[in-house]
Design a binder for this molecule. Structure first.
Ligand code: MFK
Length: 562
């Protein structure tokens, strides 16, 4: 009989996650954790059981666009996969969008929501995308103060009844691209009936089948750039269920996230309502961007956690060269490196989750918004890159099996690759970080924050790691100052390395804080190793300074070089 390898298996994804559990224990009041733990346990069971099994069985299913019916009518209907239909029902029932608006646990409601999302996401084939946009739309409508639209859409977006629940699209990207949104070409015209109608092409609309969307368009006669755009609310179908001046031209043929029906749309007279005046559309859509960037971070750490959980389980089952992989030092070392990256990314993401919860509170702490403005892009960009690197290494931990489609593993890498791209690429967010640093007066507020996180580490023998985190932040701060003094070009050239260095230094500082807390309570001892391991992989991403002697030679004048 030939050898047959056992596949990796997943258990209850809440119970098996020591980091999530110790984090929740540290951050939530005991009575809140007691109250939400049964929900987390149920979601952990679904994620490692029914949903994961469906995901494997559903591997080949993709959404289907039918543009015409048999009788020649244009219908443009998108059929979702079976797992997506189940995910929609579960998302509504578990309140994955509703929780931070119900605010049952006050400022802790964001942590409650995102802990559930973290468990739900890796087993539901990117259904988190429409949920992220729905959360972003709800937050934007609340921020706009538009009572009429909020009263109409918020009860739907936050409904726990699947039949009543709506998801929302976020239609921003046009043929000009998804980064320079201020250049959008969609036009809004007000008819004699007083109704605004939109005309243009939306080029990368995830969740095209959502019943509503927030989108940008330039009211006729408005000026250029983001200021000349307005934020519009629209409902995709009329009362008879017909699309309202929208054609779905095709679904994108993407590298990954293939279960997500991302579409190209033409808007030809789509009725829409201004949400927040007739200008400053880019500024007005930023609450949505900040929420979807938060979901991006949670999706990044959730993807890392899934990869690590599968690789760890497999290492305990797989024997090669006479021993299980889990007992072989080099494989152990590789997995330890992945766990460390996951832990750093997790703590930074959930730090931002907590702060979003505080900012949504009735009385946000002073200065919180400015800190969030700088922490959000840093968190998004650094965790997304970590997710791709971890996914790649996870596939390798399975050898050839990681490269074979019907193990379900290659999708981990393909799906991770979207995380640094959408919701602001690494470079776009690095530049956004510069703007946010300017607004909060440079790196000092972040250095003070990290100091407070690192302080308990010194009590429990982690002073060396604390020094390393402080030194990386100090280097970033001086490099920021030098580049700023050297001018715009020098500053922009350094932006990505600065943001990455700050992100990793903050992750290390958070690892030290969490390791100190765990150490004092005898909880989750692995986190201390993760902190050391993370530091050993390097924190600073700054290039060494060039000495004057290494400066490039002066350019040769054209006449001499000929
Ligand atoms: C699982 C999770 C999945 C999520 C799924 C979602 C799928 C959807 C797919 C997509 O839509 S992908 C496309 C995503 N595109 C982006 O995220 C946009 C990326 N580009 C940027 O972020 C640019 O920096 C930006 C468009 C904002 C630049 O445009 P502008 O016109 O040059 O804007 P500017 O001047 O920087 O900012 C305009 C105003 O907004 C300023 O305020 P003032 O008007 O008061 O001066 C800024 O301060 C403010 N602002 C900009 N970014 C902000 C912000 N305010 C708060 N937070 C921010 N992040």
């Amino acid at each position: 009989m030939t050898f047959i390898q056992e596949p990796p298996r997943l258990g209850n994804q809440y119970r098996d996650d020591a980091l999530l559990r110790s984090y929740l224990e540290r951050t939530l009041p005991g009575e809140v954790l007691d109250e939400i733990e049964p929900e987390l346990d149920a979601m952990g069971a679904l994620a490692g059981g029914e949903l994961y099994e469906m995901q494997l069985a559903d591997r080949r299913a993709e959404p289907l666009l039918t543009q015409w019916d048999a009788w020649g009518n244009r219908v443009d209907a998108i059929e979702h996969t079976p797992l997506w239909r189940r995910a929609e029902e579960l998302a509504a029932r578990h309140g994955l969008v509703a929780i931070p608006y119900e605010r049952k646990h006050g400022t802790d409601s964001r942590v409650h929501q995102m802990a559930l999302v973290y468990l739900f996401t890796p087993s539901t084939d990117i259904y988190s995308c429409p949920l992220a946009m729905s959360d972003g739309a709800a937050r934007t409508l609340v921020a706009s103060g538009n009572r009429k639209l909020t009263d109409r859409a918020l009860p739907r977006l936050t409904s726990r009844e699947p039949e009543h629940f709506w998801t929302s699209g976020q239609w921003m990207t046009e043929t000009i691209g998804g980064s320079d949104v201020g250049a959008s070409e969609t036009v809004a015209r007000k008819g004699e009936d007083g109704v605004w109608r939109l005309y243009g092409r939306k080029w990368f609309t995830s969740a095209a089948s959502a019943p509503m969307a927030l989108t940008l368009a330039r009211p006729e006669g408005s000026g250029p750039g983001g200021r000349g755009l307005a934020l519009f609310y629209l409902e995709t179908r009329d009362e008879e269920g017909r699309l309202q001046g929208i054609s779905i031209d095709r679904l994108k043929d993407k590298l990954g996230t293939r279960k997500l029906p991302t579409a190209e749309l033409t808007l030809d007279g789509t009725p829409a309502e201004p949400v927040w005046g007739l200008s400053d559309g880019v500024r007005h859509i930023t609450p949505m961007l900040n929420i979807t960037r938060l979901w991006n971070g949670v999706s990044s750490v959730a993807a890392m956690r899934r990869g690590v959980a599968l690789a760890e389980d497999y290492a305990a089952r797989r024997e090669a060269f006479g021993a299980r992989l889990a007992e072989q030092p080099l494989h152990q070392d590789t997995l330890a490196g992945l766990r460390a990256e996951l832990a750093g990314a997790f703590l930074l993401t959930f730090e931002v989750v907590e702060r979003v919860g505080w900012a949504e509170g009735e009385e946000p702490a002073g200065g919180e918004d400015e800190l969030l403005r700088v922490l959000t892009p840093i968190m998004k960009l650094v965790t997304a890159k970590q997710a791709v690197a971890v996914a790649s290494e996870v596939l390798e931990a399975f050898g050839g099996a990681g490269y074979v489609e019907d193990t379900g593993l290659p999708a981990l890498l393909r799906d991770a690759q979207v995380l640094p791209i959408w919701e602001g690429t690494t470079n776009v967010l690095a530049l956004e970080t510069l703007r946010a640093l300017e607004a909060c007066g440079g790196l000092e507020p972040l250095e003070r924050l990290a100091d407070a996180w690192l302080e308990p580490g010194e009590r429990v023998g982690l002073a060396g790691l604390a020094r390393l985190a402080r030194s990386a932040l100090g280097q970033a701060s001086s490099r920021y100052g030098e580049a700023r003094a050297a001018g715009r070009e020098a500053l922009e050239t350094e932006a990505r390395r600065l943001a990455m260095t700050v992100g990793r230094a903050l992750e290390l500082a958070l690892l030290v804080r969490h390791a100190a807390w765990c150490h004092e309570r005898g909880a989750d001892p692995a986190i201390r190793d993760a902190a050391h391991r993370f530091a050993a992989a390097g924190v600073s991403r700054l290039h060494a300074r060039r000495s004057a002697a290494e400066a490039p030679p002066a350019p040769v004048p054209v006449a001499e070089s000929n």
